[in-house]
Write a protein that binds this ligand. Structure first.
Ligand code: MG
Length: 375
């Protein structure tokens, strides 16, 4: 079997209502996905996390190096691609481009062997995964605190047991909003906060101290991703556990986060850290330090089911008779692409999502919809 064609697409959706986080506002969503076609007719799908039009061009730039190769040899292909960008692409869009291609190769491998990707990764430790709701973004509403409480209660009513909210507006509003949301949802729902690296060391530590009685499961990206020493110091002082990794790339980047003891939860995005091949290596590194992996998950249903397959294969840590739930991030912001691009809906039942047992990633891409929204 040989790779015949690699076609990247940019999917585009204008949002009905814009929303904000600590860095900028979203009024539009663009996602880069890739289709790999083999000479025997098998088709694989992958997805990148990153600036979609630029990643698309990166895929077009590197793809000629692997046309004609055997798609089942995904390690060899990964290495071939990485060597071509090594000198100028050890992080960023080239790694996202490799990630998308790598995910599509795993999809092909699964379809070829008629097995789910989770089985090819080594098997599924669990039949269901606990989604946490990512939402509670900012808006220009005059009643933001109240809106956030109502939104959080909607997630509780939908069955979510864990909710992540944005912080990073300013310390005063963050403290007000987090306390109000905690009060609204009560003590039995897990709450996480995410500042998207909006704060300096002093500010982040102050926020952590002010919220340490709010039973926060983790404080995500309190600091800028470059400041490994600050992360390490912050983690030693914060009673709230620390999570980060969505801005990190490759095992070499994650090794820095781990060696400096920066985080309690490691959050690689499979669609940008180097794909499933590299995510598996990163999770092995993480296991040597006893740090839990809960991937950052964004984008379309392709990225979502990539994460489902990967998370189902994450080794329980620590091992025990009654396993702790594994978590998947489930973005609740407006996103028509996520479910429309795949034919099956994502189903949450009693607060969990089942691990699929279909070959490959288990996604059936809707070509008609793709043609409608590609740009
Ligand atoms: Mg985040």
């Amino acid at each position: 079997m040989k790779i015949s064609k690699i076609i990247p697409y940019v999917l585009n959706e204008d949002l009905e209502k814009e929303f904000f986080f600590s860095q900028w506002e979203y009024s539009n969503r663009k996602i880069c996905i890739v289709k790999i076609i083999c000479d025997d007719g098998i088709v694989g799908w992958g997805e990148a996390y990153g600036p979609a039009p630029v990643v698309k061009e990166s895929i077009n730039y590197i793809k000629q190096n692997i046309i004609g190769m055997n798609p089942l040899e995904s390690d060899v292909i990964w290495s071939t691609l990485f060597r071509r960008v090594h000198d100028y692409g050890r992080s960023g869009v080239f790694v996202s481009a490799i990630s998308a291609i790598d995910i599509a190769l795993w999809d092909i491998k699964g379809k070829y062997h008629k097995l789910p990707v989770s089985t090819l990764l080594g098997g599924s430790y669990r039949e269901k995964i606990r989604p946490y709701a990512t939402g509670l973004y900012f808006s220009d509403s005059k009643t933001l605190t109240n809106d956030l409480c109502n939104e959080a209660l909607e997630y509780v009513n939908e069955g979510f047991k864990s909710i992540k909210m944005k912080v990073g507006l300013n310390l005063k509003d963050d403290i007000t909003n987090v306390k109000a949301v905690r009060n609204a949802i009560g003590p039995d729902i897990e709450l996480m906060i995410d500042s998207n690296h909006a704060y300096s060391y002093d500010e982040a530590l102050k926020l952590s101290k002010k919220l340490e009685d709010q039973d926060i499961k983790w404080f995500e990206e309190p600091l800028s991703p470059e400041f490994y020493d600050q992360y390490s110091e912050f983690k030693s002082k914060s009673l709230i556990p620390v999570a980060a990794g969505e801005c990190e790339y490759l095992r070499y980047g994650f090794q820095k986060l781990l060696d400096k003891n920066c985080v309690d939860f490691l959050q690689m995005d499979i669609c940008s850290c180097g794909g499933l091949t590299e995510a598996k290596r990163i999770s092995a590194l993480s296991s040597t330090k006893g740090v839990k992996v809960i991937p950052h998950t964004w984008g379309s249903g392709i990225a979502f089911y990539t994460a489902i397959n990967f998370i189902s294969n994450l080794e329980p840590m620590p091992g025990r008779l009654y396993m702790e739930d594994a978590y998947i991030e489930y973005d609740r912001t407006e996103n028509k692409i996520r479910e429309n691009i795949i034919k099956d809906n994502i189903i949450m039942k009693d607060g969990y999502i089942s691990v699929n047992d279909k070959p490959g990633l288990g996604v059936d891409v809707d070509d008609t919809y793709l043609n409608e929204i590609k740009i």
